[in-house]
Write a protein that binds this ligand. Structure first.
Ligand SMILES: NC(=O)c1ccc[n+]([C@@H]2O[C@H](COP(=O)([O-])OP(=O)(O)OC[C@H]3O[C@@H](n4cnc5c(N)ncnc54)[C@H](OP(=O)(O)O)[C@@H]3O)[C@@H](O)[C@H]2O)c1
Length: 199
């Protein structure tokens, strides 16, 4: 199985990448500042360029994408566009482009988060994006070509990166091993259109 992990140096992406490397021979780790597999999700040509460099893939996991954290009263239209360009359209464009470079029945897994449905101060910009991606996945998964699957993982705050005894959006943080386990489960099941919440 050939797997691409985007955001492979991040809190979530590095854990996925290092875990999958133990069991799968071909796991490519990509991120913006990578020397080997550079990708900027905000630029379609960059997504395309990485795919052209790689062989056909069986699975793509994305754990990259940002949005602006600010109180609602301070959020500008430009702030919203940061998240729309990165975490929202970055992942949407990834799905459009990835289809051509995946084998039949290949799998695409995106990442959102608890903020899609739970409130946290300063996080309205993130909530907007996460909710939109959930709707996108439920709908677009019905129309992907060659039985390609599309799912999304929505984790709570990751313990360690966030204080373990403090609640985030009303929930205690989750263990990174459990979060990685969900990405693994999707890799090996046949689901599509799934929103996998872990919090
Ligand atoms: N950490 C959490 O507690 C948590 C909880 C729930 C959901 N999430 C969501 O999970 C995703 C990953 O979060 P994280 O905390 O693991 O992030 P992170 O630690 O900040 O790491 C982000 C990763 O993505 C790469 N990256 C950043 N911008 C990119 C771009 N435009 N194109 C391609 N790669 C890019 C970074 O590489 P470079 O350094 O090379 O740019 C890095 O490898 C985010 O969408 C976040 O909202 C995080």
């Amino acid at each position: 199985m050939k797997i691409l992990v985007i955001g492979s140096t991040g809190t979530i992406g590095s854990a996925i990448y290092n875990d999958l490397k133990k069991d799968y021979n071909t796991v490519y780790g990509a991120h913006r500042n990578s020397q080997s597999y550079s990708i900027d999700l905000t630029k379609k040509e960059s997504i395309q360029a990485l795919f052209k460099k790689l062989p056909k893939l069986d699975s793509i996991i994305n754990a990259a994408g940002t949005a602006v954290w600010k109180p609602f009263s301070q959020l500008t239209e430009e702030d919203y566009y940061v998240g729309i360009q990165s975490k929202l359209m970055g992942q949407v464009n990834l799905v459009h482009l990835a289809q051509e470079y995946l084998n039949d029945k290949g799998s695409i897994t995106l990442t959102t988060g608890i903020l899609a449905e739970h409130y946290e101060p300063n996080a309205v910009g993130l909530s907007l994006i996460n909710g939109a991606i959930h709707s996108f996945v439920k709908s677009a998964s019905n129309e992907l070509i060659r039985d390609i699957r599309l799912n999304v993982v929505a984790p709570g705050a990751i313990a360690g990166a966030f204080p373990e005894d403090k609640k985030f959006a009303g929930y205690l943080p989750v263990k990174i091993e459990d979060v990685v386990g969900i990405y693994r489960q999707i890799l090996n099941n046949s689901s599509t259109g799934g929103v996998y919440k872990i919090y």
